[in-house]
Every structure is written in C-alpha cells, then in structure tokens.
Design a protein around this ligand. Sequence first.
Ligand code: SF4
Ligand code: SF4
Ligand code: SF4
Length: 325
Amino acid sequence: MEKQLSRRSFLKSGLAAACAVSASSLPRPAAARNETSQLATLIDIRKCIGCEACVEACRESNYDKFPKPEKPFPKMYPDRVPVMDWSDKQDVRDRLTPYNWLYIQYAEAEHKGETFYLTIPRRCMHCVNPPCVKLCPWGAARRLENGISRIDSDLCLGGSKCKTVCPWKIPERQTGVGLYLDILPAFAGNGVMYKCDRCYNLVAKGELPACIEACPEDVQKIGPRDEIIREAKKIAQEIDGYIYGETENGGTNTIYISPVPFEKLNQSIEKGPGKPHLAPAEDSMEDGNNLAAAMLIAPVAGIAAAAGKFYKMTQSENQKGGDRE
Ligand code: SF4
Ligand code: SF4
Ligand code: SF4
C-alpha cells in the first residue's frame, strides 16, 4: 500500500514531467539548489532485508546501457591510463562496476546496547551540486533539472575526472568502448565512465526507477527533495535516528535514514574500490579551486560536447550512406 501511495504521489506531483531532460553542465549554484524541482530518494535502511531484488532489477532494466567493448583494446601511449575491463566479470555484484550500478553493503554495529545488522543499498548519490558534472572537461556528465546526474556514454572519453572529484568515487570505467576509439584511440581517456543514472529514461516517462519498483520492502521512496527531507527528519525524530545526504557534499538527492549513527556504519562496512564510504563529505564545490575550475571548464565543455555530438552525427550519417551503397 505504501508503495502505491508513493507511486501515486510521485506521478501526481507532476515532477515526472519536470524530469524533462533539460540539462546543463554550467556552474549554476543558485538553480542547482532549487529543492522544489529536484527529485530525491529516501532510503530507509531499517527496512532493507538485503534480498538484492533492486540490484537484479537495475541490471535488467539498464542492460542496454551497459558497455559492449571492442577487443583487442588499442594500445595507449603513454601508458598512463590503465585498462579497466569488466566485460568478463559482469556477474560481480558485491561492488560498483560498469555493469553493476547498485550493490548492497553489510554493516554490524552496537548502538544503545543493541546489535544491529543492516544492509545498505549503495549507488550514485546524485549530488545537488555534482562535482562530476561541473568538472567534466568534455561536457559528457550532465545534471538534469530534476536532480539526476548522468554520464552521456556517447560523449565520455573515460578520463576519470568525474571519479577523481566524486567524494564517493562512484563512476567506474570500461575500456574499449566509446568516442575515444574513433578519434584518439591511443591518447584519449581509454573508455567510458558508468554509474547509476537514476533510470532517467523511466523517470522521464513518469515511471519509477527500476530498483524502487522492484523492492518488496518499500525501502525507497522518491519525491521532491524538500518533502523527502521533511519526511526523513520526521522519521529520524520518531526513531531517534540519523540522516545521511542532507548536507554531505553540500547536499545530495539521496537521503539515507538509519537507527545507528553513520560513523558506526562507516566503521563496519567494507570500503575500497567500488565500495563507497559513509563518512562525512564536505561540500567539494565550495572549494575555490574547484569552482574556478568549473567556471573555466564550462565553455570548453560545451564546445567539446557540441563537437562530440556533431562527430557522432556525421559518423552515423556516413554509416547510413555506406549501408545504402
Ligand atoms: S530490493 Fe529492497 S529490501 Fe531488497 S536489497 Fe534492495 S532495497 Fe533492500
Ligand atoms: S555521488 Fe559522485 S558520481 Fe554521483 S553525482 Fe555526486 S559526485 Fe557525481
Ligand atoms: S535508479 Fe535505476 S540506475 Fe540507479 S540504481 Fe536504481 S535501477 Fe539502477
């Protein structure tokens, strides 16, 4: 019933239409912080049973977006960008990969004399002011008006800037796929970066992201960010709980609620490559250097994105011409 309500209110909100996919990679801090047009998700980890139905649904729903690399991979000069190949390890489910945009973390923690065993769905946080978007030199990462950030696999060169600047190191690279193969196979970034795009294509049609739809325990809800924050605070008050995502990295569109402090969860979870932390994260775009870099990059990124699109378009026209001959 709760899921029906959350689905109905999601559709009724009219924000599905706002999902409209107007994007910008320009630094616009004021607009970026408009909380009424942004959709956030509330993840109540008390309810999660770790069944991985969400993980499976994500994989199925997004299969067509996953990389289909060409082998052998071109040799890079200099050898500065390592090959990352997940194509033979597509079954890996215990971390983020280009083929696994959501996974479940396990935590065991003592709190107020009780032992908690918690399972935590992890994926991109969809930051309100995402450094991955603002600092992508090629304009390949974009933030939609509804708060979704996504990487355009047609434009990404795989240079990993988005990963470097992400406080949780979320995006993952696959070699042997994307624009670099056509334009600079030996010198460019060596692939394409992949991460959760919060099912932007489903959301644009007014549908729920696949992981939310599939969850048997209604762990997640989606709605306007201000409403989600209000609800998170209400629950936190009721259960004497804790919130993660309201202020982390200046605020994210993923809000976790937990009966245990996140510092304790962070101590317990396995962290490392493809396994993001739950520690405090300062607002990386408040950093003067990052803001200045974003201002400098914005016009270049716009031109690069336009050039990339033009190149792709001409390639596809040539292909059609070739097919007709
Ligand atoms: S489907 Fe729901 S209950 Fe199952 S692991 Fe995912 S969030 Fe947890
Ligand atoms: S969590 Fe990382 S990848 Fe996701 S929007 Fe924020 S900076 Fe970008
Ligand atoms: S929102 Fe969509 S892409 Fe993101 S984890 Fe859920 S199913 Fe996967």
